[in-house]
Design a protein around this ligand. Structure first.
Ligand code: C5P
Length: 233
């Protein structure tokens, strides 16, 4: 049983969500998917009728986008058996994985005000879990570097771009989504935006353990992380 915090960061397609959620189940801990929170805020921006190209190129001076993003009521459940994201009380779990949100989320999540707002909320959720005596596995891009720099264990997952694109395609096919942008190009585009932004860029914390998942299956990754968490979570 985990009592502390495990941070899981890395680019898309490294198996982050499956791994972080599976680890939380095995360790009888809670689970927080911070990407889902950025996606839900992005959905609010799109639903407000702000055109996709505006959302996808949003920058700090865009008061309309920032205003809608900060007003979005995003709530999450941290049960790893049934993680849920709600926007104004509505379950938006499926919709936030769609092409439109995926195209705009990196731009919306690069907004300084949006990050400040969600990071504070993420820390609040973690504090609440710890106060209840539970451990928590938190996944994202900046968890080990910015959100929870004191996490007992920090993991940074990597995988080759080809492997990551293949996984994302399989995920989309399984979920009945097709006709989106070319997966490999889209991954490369998001990685570039996420890694080069001024506010909390995607990078491994100095004290993170890097795990290359290119040639490991989910069981292999989970076994490795469970071992690490038992040592220092
Ligand atoms: O993990 P997921 O692919 O759902 O995340 C969607 C997007 O949300 C990422 O591409 C990134 O732009 C943003 N994100 C972030 N910081 C986090 C988690 C996600 O900027 N901690």
């Amino acid at each position: 049983t985990l009592r502390g915090v495990v941070a899981v960061d890395g680019p898309s397609g490294t198996g982050k969500s499956t791994t972080a959620r599976g680890l939380a189940m095995r360790l009888d801990a809670r689970y927080l998917d911070t990407g889902a929170m950025y996606r839900a805020v992005t959905l609010a921006v799109l639903r407000a009728g702000l055109p996709l190209d505006v959302a996808a190129t949003a920058s700090d001076g865009d008061d309309d986008v920032v205003g809608v993003a900060l007003g979005a009521r995003v709530t999450v459940s941290t049960d790893p058996a049934e993680p849920r994201v709600r926007l104004d009380g509505e379950d938006v779990d499926a919709e936030i994985r769609g092409t439109q949100v995926t195209s705009a989320v990196s731009a919306v999540s690069a907004l300084t005000a949006v990050r400040a707002h969600l990071v504070a909320e993420q820390r609040r959720i973690v504090d609440e879990a710890l106060a209840d005596g539970a451990g928590i596995v938190v996944e994202g891009r900046d968890i080990g570097t910015v959100v929870l720099p004191d996490a007992g264990l920090k993991v940074f997952l990597t995988a080759s771009e080809l492997v990551r694109a293949g996984r994302r395609d399989a995920e989309n096919t399984a979920a009945g989504r097709s006709g989106g942008p070319d997966t490999r190009a889209d991954l490369a585009r998001r990685d570039k935006l996420d890694s080069s932004r001024a506010a909390s860029p995607l990078r491994a914390a100095e004290d993170a353990v890097e795990v290359d998942t290119s040639t490991l299956d989910i069981e292999g990754v989970l076994a490795r992380l469970q071992h690490l968490a038992e040592d220092r979570g």
